[in-house]
Ligand binder design. Structure first.
Ligand SMILES: [Zn+2]
Length: 340
């Protein structure tokens, strides 16, 4: 009876030692069999109650199992400790050949990128980059640009009026007047700035947008200069050969005035849905500066002549990057911005 129990006990103890995953569990198994009240300890203690012949035989076997299990425990404990040590070392191990982690640095907004490119091209053509106030007065925004109070052109723009005759500028052309007041021709300037119009927003209109304005004044500056400069600008900006054409138009501050179209970048002039099959894309309004604007800027129209243009700067960015909704530029959405 005892003999069978001992064999089974040995087998059970062995299995439990194998299964013990850490020192704490192993210790519990040890206590269960070899502790003060352990199963094997109890067997050894009860030996004296057996008849002598049996006592010797069982005692021998029990002691052998005891020694065997002790060895098993020691080996298992050593294995558990070794494993833990290895794991700790793996955690601490550093691969010095691995490339470092790059910190997230972000990048410039597409409008800023396009702005810098535009300034670079115009500076290369001898233009100075200027700026002016976003809060303007009516004189610079309208009157100085030959747009009198009762002129219907004032109705073209829904203006954000402020107190004291101030307003949020509706275009960047007022900067031309401010610059001509302080600088003598010949001059070549561009302005890229924020403008505001109180309009409903849709895919191509925002109440807050950017405009690119250009001005070139000299003794004999003509439409020919305009055509050459603007064509060069578009070619350098888009990095493609393009043609431009001009159509008659009307603006109060230029005479004559024209709309400027550029070869459609999508179809290269063949005609597609982006250009309504015309092969041309509307780019800007322009014209020869009106004599009244020169007068209002303190320059004599008898001595000076020149041209000016204005265009939606957001549109330039949208064409460059093929963005189909102006509102994305102001959304602050990183999923959009990360693409540029
Ligand atoms: Zn096209």
């Amino acid at each position: 009876m005892v003999k069978i129990n001992l064999k089974l006990l040995k087998k059970r103890a062995q299995d439990e030692i194998k299964r013990a995953g850490d020192l704490k569990l192993l210790n519990e198994v040890f206590k269960k069999y070899l502790g003060k009240k352990g199963e094997l300890t109890l067997v050894l203690r009860s030996l004296e109650k057996l008849p002598k012949a049996k006592r010797v035989k069982v005692g021998k076997e029990a002691n052998e199992i005891k020694n065997f299990l002790r060895v098993q425990f020691d080996q298992k404990a050593a294995a558990i400790k070794e494993k833990a040590k290895k794991e700790a070392e793996e955690k601490e191990w550093i691969d010095i050949t691995q490339p470092g982690k790059k910190p997230a640095t972000g990048h410039l907004h597409p409008l800023t990128q396009v702005r810098r490119k535009t300034e670079e091209v115009f500076q290369g053509l001898g233009f100075t980059v200027t700026e002016g106030p976003e809060v303007e007065n009516e004189w610079y925004n309208f009157d100085a640009l030959n747009i009198p109070k009762d002129h219907p052109a004032r109705d073209l723009w829904d203006t954000f009026y402020l107190k004291g005759g101030l307003l949020l500028r509706t275009h960047t052309t007022p900067v031309d007047v401010r610059y001509m007041e302080k600088n003598n021709p010949p001059l070549r300037i561009i302005t890229i700035g924020r403008c505001f119009r109180h309009e409903a927003t849709d895919a191509s209109h925002e109440s807050n947008f950017y405009q690119l304005d250009g001005l070139m004044v000299g003794k004999d500056i003509s439409v020919a200069n305009f055509k050459a400069i603007i064509q060069e600008f578009f070619q350098r900006f888009f990095g493609k050969p393009v043609e431009i054409r001009m159509r008659p138009s009307f603006f109060p501050f230029t005479e004559p005035s024209f709309e400027v179209d550029m070869t459609c970048l999508v179809c290269k002039g063949k005609g597609c849905s982006a250009c309504q099959k015309t092969g041309w894309m509307e780019m800007m309004g322009a014209g020869m500066m009106h004599p009244n604007v020169f007068k209002n800027s303190g320059l004599s129209p008898k001595n000076w002549q020149g041209w000016a243009f204005g265009m939606g700067f957001d549109r330039l960015a949208m064409m460059k990057y093929k963005i189909n909704d102006i509102r994305l530029l102001y959304s602050g959405d990183l999923r959009f911005l990360k693409q540029f």
